[in-house]
Design a protein around this ligand. Structure first.
Ligand code: ZN
Length: 240
């Protein structure tokens, strides 16, 4: 089975469409949450995911936008964007977000937004946290997002090895367990502003991180038009 794994689209339709246009033939598209928040086109992004038949899980911004996740922990810019998002979501988008599971499991794969231990909120930011999460999922591979940083943590005995997410370079996965973050489609934070996603064939052991240019200025103009916070606009240019 060949999968495209997308995460943290954050209502950035131009970035999502660039990824869609970059996709080879895949069997399924999985989305690891934070479909909305920060960006200017939440309803349009959800409709596009519906057209694509994507299978998604819930992120903290998705839950906050419909009031099922507490947004008290959001920083002021994130909270302002969630407030705006909540005000513009249409009925279709609300129903879509409300139906998202926190965990999706299929064959060798578990998919969550934050971590298998705490699917909505935990950030897996280093190998130690990744190792601590190995006991919280039963499948060989766990797909996660939330940090907006593409990386693979591969188990090697009790240790976790970091496999760098070099774009456009095939990676071979052995039988080891691993936690894999595809990076962010709509708000990359690794210093590379291009949209990030992952191609994955779990049975064949093939993975490839992809980076795709998109019309950043278009998304930024739409954000300015609706007065989303300035830093959220500016960070798209620098990928931070
Ligand atoms: Zn996010």
């Amino acid at each position: 089975m060949r999968l495209a794994v997308l995460s943290d689209i954050h209502a950035n339709l131009a970035a999502l469409d660039a990824v869609r246009d970059d996709l080879p033939k895949v069997d399924e598209i999985w989305v690891l949450g934070d479909i909305v928040g920060y960006g200017p086109q939440p309803n349009e992004v959800i409709r596009r995911l519906q057209e694509l038949g994507a299978r998604s899980v819930m992120g903290n911004h998705d839950g906050a936008a419909i009031g099922t996740v507490d947004s008290a922990w959001f920083n002021p810019d994130a909270a302002a964007a969630i407030h705006w998002t909540a005000g513009v979501l249409d009925d279709n988008a609300r129903a879509y977000l409300a139906a998202l599971p926190e965990v999706r499991r299929d064959g060798e794969l578990t998919a969550v937004h934050g971590s298998p231990r705490e699917p909505i909120w935990e950030y897996i930011t280093d190998a130690a946290i990744a190792a601590d999460n190995l006991g919280s999922f039963e499948t060989r591979l766990c797909l996660y997002g939330h940090t907006h940083l593409p990386v693979i943590y591969r188990a090697d005995g009790p240790q976790m090895l970091v496999v760098a997410a070099t774009p456009q370079e095939p990676i071979t996965l052995d039988a080891s367990r691993a936690l894999i973050n595809p990076g962010s489609v709509g708000q990359p934070r690794d210093g590379n502003p291009l949209a990030s996603y992952l191609l994955l064939d779990p049975e064949a052991g093939h993975a490839e991180f992809r980076r795709v240019p998109y019309e950043i200025a278009l998304t930024q103009q739409l954000m300015r038009d609706v007065h989303l916070p300035r830093w959220l606009v500016e960070r798209l240019s620098i990928g931070r």
